[in-house]
Write a protein that binds this ligand. Sequence first.
Ligand code: MSP
Length: 644
Amino acid sequence: MAKRSEKAFYITTPIYYVNDVPHIGHAYTTIIADVINRFKKLSGTETFFLTGTDEHGQKVEKSAAERGLKPIELADQVVGGFKDLWKALNISYDFFIRTTEPFHEKGVQKIFQRLKEKGDIYKGSYKGWYCVSDEYFLPEDVPLEEAGYKICPDCGKQARIVSEECYFFKLSAYQKPLLDFYAQNPKFVRPPSRMNEVVSFVNQGLKDLSITRTSVEWGIPVPGDPGHTIYVWFDALHNYLTGIGYDWNMELFKKFWPATVHLIGKDILRFHAIFWPAFLMAAGFPLPQTVFGHGWWLKDKTKMSKSKGNVLDPYIILNTFGSDPLRYFLLREIPIGLDGNFSHEGFLHRVNSDLANDLGNLVQRTLTMIQNFLNGKIEEADKEKEGDKKLRLEFEALKEKTIKFYEDYALNRALEEIWSYINSVNKYLAVNEPWKLSKDESKRKRLGRILYQAAAALRTIAYLLFPVMPESSDKIWSFLGERKTIEEESFAELKFENFKLGQKIKKPDPLFPRIALKAFLKEEETRPAPSRKEEKMEYITFDEFNKMDFRVGEVLKAEKVEGTTKLIKLEVDIGTEKRTMVAGVADVYSPEELEGKKLIVIVNLKPAVIRGIESQGMLLAAEVDDKATIPFFDKDVPTGAKIK
Ligand code: MSP
């Protein structure tokens, strides 16, 4: 096969399971990929960025069944949530693959068949400890617990013995070829600590891998043996081939394969650094250049996951701040190989200090001075003095370092360098005090020079930040009166002096909101999560619904709860007895208005004490902008009637 051109760059994210709502952890992987891809594009490389969803397998089958849905219905719902989040995060991918698409299924079957014919896949039977949650047979060296079962070393759940006829992939035959490959390509797995992990694992010996299931219906059927479905990891890994056209657009495929970098979380390293290259070797494809395993975002020191109930909803931040501050924070806070503990306090601190104070103020000050002192245009500037020149030269060095760090996926280092330059520009203004020169007409050229240096520096800062903060960078360029967009200027053309005298500067809008911690955390507690309802939709079964006892209740008496503005105490007849309830509706309804009315109440809700009164039920109301509207009946209904 033809070798991929040096100019072509292909980056992938893992494809996400559709049994989970997208959270900050998923956002992290995708943001890193987007940043690296944007950087490569700016450098003039032709790139392809693939992401998507992993839709088959037992996990998805199980989650769908729990919700009373078909697996594809669950997938259709969750995919929308991922696509919306990528849009909200300004992710600019080239293709979104779903493993339920026919072209993918066909491609996987074709490769499976090829390996079977070659003898790398054979039929046998397997008995072993199987983790349903992670969908894999546990390595044999996992010890037996005293209780007589094994625990999955990845997720900590109890495994169970499964025995089934299945097809195996001859992984054992690839131990030596893999070790040779790692030795010749020491940068195949990054960071280096993870390469060591992989090598030592392979050194211990590789067993053949069971790659089909008879117990899972929701998967790609084995060609010619439809009682078996292909193991979800064999299916999913091949998305990296089918997502760029394997078997349906070979021209595209040849242009971009092999992948430059598979970006993954460290939890799925073994699949990508051992199984995947072995599958590729067997099928005769060239191997990817790099598998980069990033660290995790932890919440309260544990990895975020739906099953632990500690996932962080990115919309809490996105709804208030937009995408750039979140992108910045996730990349700046930790080197991408390490874990980080996520907190909203940490986020806010960074945003207020780095974005609002350092960068936001610099933009605001510089552009406002050009507006106020020079009528929005720097028409003339005196010669560069030593101090002025220093700022230009510092940029030259910064440019080199930033490129190197972006190339090396050291995104936090790139940002550190850019911030150190932002601080230099802030210092330059503090030392040169342009505001003192503005009243002296004879100092106009000097004033022009100082503001020119600051504006030219800002222009380069915006450019270098573009991969991480595309929206804010574009805004800064447009404030500076640039006609070309950032993406139209390549890294090679980026020069300090490309900021031209006479450019019409616009009045800047504030770039980053400054929000007090208390206000933000308060909002976070009370905010109804994502804008898309389906994303957070937690289905209940009909039986669960049936447990709720809704009745027609008649309000016999109503009075305001003293010392509150919103609460009304109600005496409600529910047909079989009278109940006391407290409702937060006094800002909309007076007690008199409610007396004699029939409304909907839930009567088997656990009583709660509100302002010292035991509320033995709850009335239903629509809530719009924090105000309640109670649904009343348009025909008379008997008190106590059941509502179903
Ligand atoms: N479907 C498989 C991947 C198949 S790729 C051929 C899968 N999906 S996943 O949805 O569970 O996880 C996808 C990615 O999200 C993984 O890289 C995982 O590491 C990453 N993250 C999930 N939670 C995370 C954090 N809390 N922090 C950082 N990334 C984490 O695995």
